[in-house]
Design a binder for this molecule. Structure first.
Ligand code: PLP
Length: 253
């Protein structure tokens, strides 16, 4: 069959048997926004909503081959990257991205589950910074990931967050979205940071609820809007609204 011409988001990430996070959430989000998804699985995880009990890595060449086949089969207009379990998988994904630099890549730098289980080898952080982050259009760390990626203590305030963000921006992504969901206060603020520009803040009321997979949802929603040729600012604004609406519905249930 010929190449499919409708815009697709290529999802690269791990499966989560509970359905709470990972590629199931990604595909659900991208489909809800009317965009098609194609897929490269990087890991299989065995989890409930409470705990991760096992993680199985896929071979780096298997991940890269899935990506190349998805790119051959479809018009891929954005690539959303989530859990990458090992250094070698990160390097394999970076190699495919470097062959496809015109396609915007959104990296959610997943490091651990909310139950605290590491989802990436500890020695992979350097490679993520050196090989992968510079190829990304947008990287979306939460405050914990930001601290790990910059070798810092958890940011205590806005100024600290911006200082760490600027340090990570020096690693070469074209933009960062610093997610404030783990902070405290009545508002949940995410900060879009671009080189040589004032930070742009996206703000919603903080809801008294929590939900798994919101990081996956946000990065996937942004990728879906980018795939539909929306600007980065618009995509972040709409993506945040999408996640907020999901959280609001979840808190009403
Ligand atoms: N499992 C997989 C496969 C993921 O990709 C992610 C996050 O992206 C998680 C678990 C973590 O999700 P949570 O923070 O909801 O535990």
């Amino acid at each position: 069959m010929a190449l499919r011409r409708d815009p697709h988001v290529l999802v690269v990430g791990g499966s989560d048997s509970s359905g709470g996070a990972g590629i199931a959430r990604d595909i659900e989000t991208i489909s809800a926004l009317g965009v098609r998804a194609c897929l490269a699985v990087s890991a299989v995880t065995i989890q409930t909503h409470q705990a991760v009990t096992a993680i199985h890595h896929l071979q780096p060449s298997l991940v890269a081959d899935q990506m190349r086949a998805a790119l051959r089969a479809n018009k891929v207009s954005a690539i959303k990257i989530g859990m990458l379990p090992t250094r070698r998988v990160i390097m394999a994904v970076a190699a495919v991205l470097s062959e496809n630099l015109r396609i915007p890549a959104i990296l959610d730098p997943v490091l651990a589950s909310s139950s605290g289980r590491p989802l990436v080898e500890a020695n992979a952080i350097d490679v993520m910074k050196r090989d992968l982050i510079p190829l990304c259009r947008l990287v979306t760390p939460n405050l914990i990931e930001l601290a790990v990626l910059t070798g810092s203590e958890l940011a205590v305030d806005d100024e600290d967050t911006l200082r760490q963000g600027r340090r990570l921006l020096a690693a070469g992504p074209r933009a960062l979205l610093l997610k404030g969901g783990h902070a405290v206060g009545p508002r949940s603020t995410d900060i879009l940071l671009l080189p040589d520009q004032d930070p742009i803040r996206f703000d919603t009321p903080r809801l008294a609820t929590s939900m798994r997979g919101t990081g996956c949802m946000l990065a996937s929603a942004i990728a879906a809007y980018l795939a539909n040729a929306r600007s980065l600012d618009d995509s972040v604004c709409e993506g945040k609204r999408f996640v907020f609406d999901k959280l609001r519905k979840n808190s009403a249930e």
